[in-house]
Structure formats: C-alpha cells, structure tokens
Design a protein around this ligand. Structure first.
Ligand code: NAP
Length: 535
C-alpha cells in the first residue's frame, strides 16, 4: 500500500488539490517535508474540476494562465487555443500531477470537517470524513470561488425539473436539446454558458438582475508564431505579469484617458475590444480611479451592445449603468449576439423580481414553464471556503466568528490567532484582481520560503500580529477607496451574500503588493510573530 496514504502525522496538511494545492505539494515535498493533500473531490483541479458548464473557458490567455515554475514544463506543453477551455486546463493540471508524481500524496474524496490548533503541542488537529491528522502546518489552498451561492428563492427546493448549477455541472453530457431552460444570473459563468446552450434549447429564459460589461474574447486556435515567440523569451514574458496592476502581461498602464485625445482613445478602445479581452481598459490607468475616464470606457461598451443587439429594448436592458470593472469584467464568445436569437428571452428582474419557483415553472413578470433550471448565481467569494468549516485557532477562536464583521488577514497569507496556518491567495492579496496563476505561484513560493526560513532559524510557530493585520486591511481599503471598485456592489466586497459583512477583500495593484511583500520578507518577516508564548 502506498505509504503516504497511511500517514496521519505529516509535516504539512494542504487542503485542496487545485492549481494552488498541487504546486504547494510539489514545492514542499522537494524540501524533504512529508505532505498530505486532502481533496474533497475524486479528481484534482479545483475550479477546473467543478466548473464544467458548457463554454467554460479561462479568460486569461493560456500562455500566461499556466505554471512558470518549471522551464521544461512550460516549453513542453502546447495550448491549442488562445484562451483554453475547461477540459484542456483540467488535462494540463492532470499532466502536471503525473509529470511530478503528485497523486501519491493526495487523498481524494476526503473532506476536511474541522481544523483545530492545539496550543499545548502547537500542532494542527485536522478531522476529515475519513480520519484524523496532526501536522505542524496547515495550508488552505481552497480557492477564492469555490463555495456556491444558493439563492434564497421560494419554491427552489421543490422544483421537480432538472436543476443544474454552473459551479457544479455534471460530468456526463447534459442533453438540453428541445428543452425549455431558465438560467438565473448573468455573471461570467452565465455569459459563457448562454451562447453555448442557446444553440440547442427550445427556449432560453435569462433572468437578469444586473447586466454585465463583457468584451469579446475573439478566441481562436493558438497562433504558432506568437507561441514560439513567447516560448523563446518565456522568463522575460512572465515578468510582465508583475508590472501590470492586474497581473496581465503585455499591457502598459501608463496612458490616461483624461489626458488623451478622445478620437485616439476611441481608436485604442476599438483595438482593445478586438484583441485584449480582460485587458480592455488595462491600457488606461485612470479607468479604475477616475469616474469620467471610466464613463468613456463604459459608454464605449454600451454603444457596442446597442450595435450588436437588434431589439433596442433588449439592448437597453443589457447595458450596465455602473462603473465598468466595478463588478468583474466578463469575456465572452458571442454573448450579446445570442439575444438576437428568437429562442432567447431576457427577463429584467429589476422591473419584476422572481416571485417563486414552481414544480415546473419560474415566475417573475409572468410564469414560465420550464424543464431545466440553471443556477449561475455566483459564490461566497474569498472567504466561503474558510468559513464554511470549523477552523479553530488560539483560545478556541473560530475563524468564522473572528471574520464575522469582515475578513482580516495579513497579506492574504496569515491570520492572527491562527498560528502556522497559511492561506493561498487569501483576503487582502491581489488574488481575484490579478492573474490567479502567477499570484498563486507567488504565494506558494513565499510560504515554502517562509517554512524553509523557520526550519533554518529554529522557529516553531509563526502567526501574524493583530496590529500588522489591522494596518494591512486598512491599506487594502484605503487603496480600494481611491477606486471605483469600492463603490460598486459586487462579490469583491461581499454584497452578493445576505448577511455577509461588507468589506472589500482583494488588494488592488499587483506591483505594489509584490513590493510590499518583498520588503516585509526581507525585514525578517516584519509583522509576523514567531514562537509566541502559548498563553
Ligand atoms: P457572479 O459573477 O457572482 O454572477 C452571479 C450572477 O447571479 C449575478 O448576475 C447576480 O446578480 C446573479 N444572482 C445572484 N443571486 C441572485 C438572485 N437571488 N436572483 C437573481 N440573480 C441572482 O458569479 P459567476 O458568474 O459564477 O462568476 C464568479 C467569478 O468567477 C467571476 O467574476 C470570475 O472571477 C470567475 N469566473 C471566471 C471565468 C473565466 O475565467 N472565464 C468564468 C467564470 C467565472 P447581481 O449582480 O445582481 O448580484
């Protein structure tokens, strides 16, 4: 029997075998540490394992939504499209797991129920559906968007038709041909799903509460010349991720709409609309901070929507009125065009909200008979995976309670009162406002270096100080306060979840974050406390 499967006292328990968890395993195992990864699913991949809805695709170009820790890996792997679809990303992650022999240390179908810090032994006790572990370090690699938001709509639990969720799509093929289908939500997941399923369904009823800005991906087969060029200078190319505010390569943030000629701006936005996807306004540094500049970019997209969608009333309903980028920008393949199809119907919930779901229907402005209901209603973002289980730190403090009035973390890596616990891309880090891949690698490398430093310096326990954490989250909010992000209702500030504290969670600005992280680290991990007395 595989030795690692029987281990109950590893050095490190990693929770989650997604992009972050598998690289963390690889990194720490290479340091000679004993690791167990606990994964709820029977497959690795995290987000890319769960979110299998039709059209699921990454909206960061494949050549930079990939690991960079191994030169041979990045040279050997070939992506087939500019933006990879979910199956190919999952295949890639499985390839990485096989290539580095990672599976032997991953326990599948093992869900963590409780993690409790023992102050006497300074060890984490981790209880799962299958057993117990005791480890010095506990690392949560549980993702920022992994706990679905189930809407509280009357009758939902009594719906007798086919109930699907974008965030938990079945592995087997779902045949929607000739079905009357309703989809609730119009965020990134829905915007990718809608054009795909609209091809086959009888009728598609799109229940929209808030319209979204979306930019065409103009996806296509990988351009071999572009690929060869980037592969010939991959290290240099990757550095570009660190110089752009949102961690996207190839986009300079230097120009300002406010200081540019409007015709030039419109030409540039046209260029970005055709080629840049998520980097649509990335070239202009003032779009996220100056309401007037933002309105220029926003109205450009609204005009595009009105050009694409033939029915003016539908087009108007599809035009967002808030600041562009305030809610996560979407990238699509023919989303707005879909509303020109006769079988696609937009229901504006601001005019008449959903009243109830019947056994085979959904009622808003009128009652719609449906066979299938798809929930595309988002996630309890950034904190859900950490507050949905019992994580118990010093003095019996439960993380969920500590975060009741808003999540606070130091650098998105550590939380006060929770010694030797690390989070990968936790609240207070660029995470969801960056290219997740390099941000994950940055955190994994940092955690590994920190653990290595502790070993070399005979340190047993690390935790962030309350003061450092407070100060850090003040900075997170101060920066957000200078932007349009803070004033827009979104899952970035928890406003999509009833009863969730309204607190802005991601750190805006990859270069500033990186500078601060390096400064703190080179200052002997300033703000972290080592070997605090257990009293
Ligand atoms: P989302 O952006 O949070 O969208 C959820 C949608 O459901 C919103 O339109 C929301 O409306 C609506 N909604 C929620 N509760 C509702 C209710 N009770 N009644 C009616 N409507 C309701 O979720 P998502 O689309 O799953 O995307 C989440 C994030 O995942 C994205 O922002 C992105 O970061 C990531 N993602 C990335 C990709 C990619 O790389 N291509 C693809 C998918 C997702 P309101 O806006 O009014 O709340």
């Amino acid at each position: 029997m595989d030795q690692s499967k029987t281990l109950t006292s590893p050095d490190v328990v990693i929770v989650g075998a997604g992009v972050a968890g598998i690289y963390m395993l690889h990194k720490l195992r290479n340091m000679g540490l004993k690791i167990v990864v606990l994964e709820k699913s029977d497959e690795l991949g995290g987000t890319w394992n769960w979110n299998r809805y039709p059209g699921a695709r990454c909206d960061i170009p494949s050549l930079e939504y990939s690991y960079q820790f191994d030169e041979e890996l990045q040279q050997d792997w070939n992506w087939s499209e500019k933006y990879s679809a979910q199956p190919e990303i999952l295949e890639y992650l499985n390839h990485v797991a096989d290539r580095f022999d990672l599976r032997k240390d991953i326990n599948f179908e093992e869900e963590v129920l409780e993690a409790k810090f023992n102050e006497e032994s300074s060890l984490w006790n981790i209880k799962t559906n299958k057993g117990n572990y005791e480890s010095k370090f506990c690392i949560f690699a549980t993702g920022c968007l992994s706990v679905p938001n189930k809407p509280d709509i009357e009758g939902l639990d009594k719906f007798e038709g086919q109930l699907l969720s974008t965030s938990y799509w079945p592995r087997e093929e779902v045949d929607l041909s000739d079905k009357n289908v309703a989809i609730i939500g119009t965020g990134s997941s829905s915007i990718q799903t809608i054009p795909e399923i609209a091809k086959e369904v009888q009728n598609l009823y799109v229940f929209q509460r808030t319209p979204n800005y979306s930019i065409p991906s103009n996806n296509g087969p990988m351009d071999k010349e572009v690929e060869a060029d980037i592969k010939s200078r991959y290290t240099e190319f990757r550095k570009e991720n660190w110089s752009n505010g949102f961690g996207i390569a190839g986009i300079s943030d230097e120009a300002l709409i406010a200081e540019s000629d409007i015709d030039e701006v419109n030409n540039q936005l046209e260029e970005n609309w055709k080629n840049n996807g998520l980097g649509f306004f990335g070239g202009y540094a003032d779009v996220p901070v100056d309401a007037n500049a933002n309105e220029v970019a926003a109205s450009f997209v609204r005009n595009k929507i009105k050009e694409i969608v033939k029915d003016p009333e539908t087009a108007d309903k599809l035009c967002p009125k808030y600041h562009i980028g305030g809610k996560r920008l979407c990238v699509d393949t023919g989303y707005f065009e879909t509303f020109n199809q006769e079988n696609v119907h937009l229901i504006d919930l601001t005019a008449s909200p959903i009243k109830r779901i019947g056994e085979c229907s959904i009622e808003a402005d009128q009652e719609y008979e449906i066979d299938t209901l798809i929930l595309a209603t988002g996630f309890d973002a950034m904190t859900g995976a950490l507050t949905s289980l019992d994580i118990v730190g010093r003095n019996g403090i439960v993380l969920r309670d500590q975060w009741e009035k808003g999540a606070k973390s130091y650098l998105g890596l550590g939380v006060s009162n929770f010694p030797n616990l690390f989070t990968i891309t936790g609240p207070g880090s660029p995470s969801v406002l960056s290219n997740m891949m390099p941000s994950i690698e940055q955190h994994v490398n940092w955690i590994a270096d920190c653990i290595g430093w502790m070993i070399d310096n005979n340190k047993n326990v690390i935790e962030s100080s309350i003061a450092a954490e407070e100060e850090w989250m003040e900075l997170v909010n101060e920066i957000a306060g200078m932007t349009i992000f803070k004033s827009t209702e979104s899952w970035y500030n928890g406003s999509n979840i009833a009863d969730k504290a309204n607190a802005f969670l991601p750190f805006i600005g990859v270069p500033v974050y990186t500078e601060k992280l390096e400064e703190i680290t080179s200052n002997n991990y300033q703000g972290f406390i080592f070997d605090l007395s257990n009293k």
